[in-house]
Design a binder for this molecule. Structure first.
Ligand SMILES: *Cc1c(COP(=O)(O)O)cnc(C)c1O
Length: 363
């Protein structure tokens, strides 16, 4: 058996609809900034309980351009989880702002109790990341942002439709940032991303920035870029959005079986915080003998991944930030111990059982 996070199963489930949508776009003669994107933006905003959605090229742009739209840049500090994917940090650094790292809690998300000690005169914003698909501790973080008058951005790239205290992620902050990279729970068939916001001002600005900085052709009001979600991806995303509830339900079922049936003292299972929901973008376990565990699974035909082996503060490209090993010990420990088990839409019962049995047999 060969088990790995595969994307073709999900495509096959709805292949007929995807093909119809693709042909509709091809036949339309209109490929960028058209009806499909307008429809997707309207549908996604509604789905996420938000007033606006602005489609972009990718998830990284949703972070970089949101900070830009809020005027956050040189001399500003932005609080960010130390335990995150590099893109969250790139979004800050590429605006000339400084990332200020905060350790994670037991749920791998930004530890709300460690935020305030890192706030200074220069702090302008907090970025939370709903890592692996579980909502962060949003009520507390929203309170801190309000009390300290900081902007709040949510990196929801892994957590489409997760919620905290019944409120959808992406609607707690000023802006919710999304990636539709193919592997994400709501994935396209190429790169794309979006932001959601209730602010007319931020939405207007983002629409200008993504299209060279103009609201009217050839009148460039702000410094913009080219970051448009094209018609083909928008049309394909609309198909998947129509099935997102059932797709997430299926991910929950796999995760539920892993949680119930994996019993191995060497393997620490993920927990879910009270008040939070988890949409299981990734099923991340921890093991002190992680590398041996991963090699064992590989030998048995189970391909796993590590999210993430090197934390951003120790990446070579950010050596100039001056961080050193040992500075964020929890993050660094997680990086040495985490392992993501296969979890994808269309996973068969036989495949799930094989993963469970193989993990349980690890010594
Ligand atoms: C995938 C991801 C991004 C970046 O999205 P892209 O579309 O690949 O640019 C940002 N943040 C997190 C947490 C992600 O998982």
């Amino acid at each position: 058996m060969e088990i790995y996070d595969r994307l073709d199963r999900q495509y096959q489930m709805f292949a007929k609809e995807y093909k119809e949508a693709a042909v509709r776009v091809l036949d339309s003669g209109w490929y960028v900034l058209g009806k499909e994107l307008e429809s997707f933006e309207r549908e996604y905003a509604g789905y996420m309980d938000s007033r606006h959605c602005v489609g972009l090229n990718n998830g990284l742009d949703s972070l970089t351009l949101s900070l830009r739209a809020m005027g956050i840049g040189k001399g500003d500090e932005v609080i960010v989880p130390a335990n995150t994917f590099i893109a969250t940090v790139i979004g800050i650094v590429e605006n000339g702002a400084t990332p200020v790292f905060v350790e994670p809690d037991a749920y791998y998300n930004l530890d709300a109790d460690r935020i305030e000690e890192r706030i200074t005169q220069k702090t302008r914003a907090i970025i939370v990341v709903h890592l692996y698909g579980q909502a962060a501790n949003m009520q507390k973080i929203r309170d801190i942002a309000d009390r300290r008058q900081l902007r709040l951005l949510e990196d929801c790239a892994q957590a489409h439709t997760a919620s905290f205290d019944g409120r959808t992620v992406g609607t707690w902050g000023d802006v919710g940032c999304f990636s539709f990279y193919p592997t994400k729970n709501l994935g396209a068939f190429g790169d794309s991303g979006a932001i959601i916001t209730d602010s007319d001002e931020i939405a207007d600005r983002m629409r200008m920035i993504r299209n060279y900085g103009c609201s009217q052709k050839y009148h460039n009001e702000v410094r913009g870029v080219n970051s448009r979600l094209d018609e083909m991806q928008a049309a394909l995303l609309r198909v998947k959005l129509g099935h997102l509830k059932e797709l997430i339900k299926a991910r929950r079922a796999v995760a539920g079986r892993y949680l119930e049936e994996i019993h191995n003292p060497a393997v620490l299972l993920p927990g879910v915080r009270e008040g939070a929901t988890h949409v299981w973008h990734l099923f991340v376990v921890r093991c002190q003998k992680r590398d041996r565990f991963q090699a064992y699974l590989q030998e048995k035909g189970i391909r796993t991944q590590i999210h993430y082996p090197i934390p951003p503060h120790l990446q070579k490209c950010y050596a100039d930030l001056g961080h050193r090993e040992g500075e964020f010990p929890i993050t660094e420990q997680y990086a040495k111990e985490v392992l993501s088990l296969p979890l994808y839409n269309g996973m068969t019962d036989e495949e799930i059982q094989y993963v469970i049995d193989t993990v349980n047999a690890f010594r």
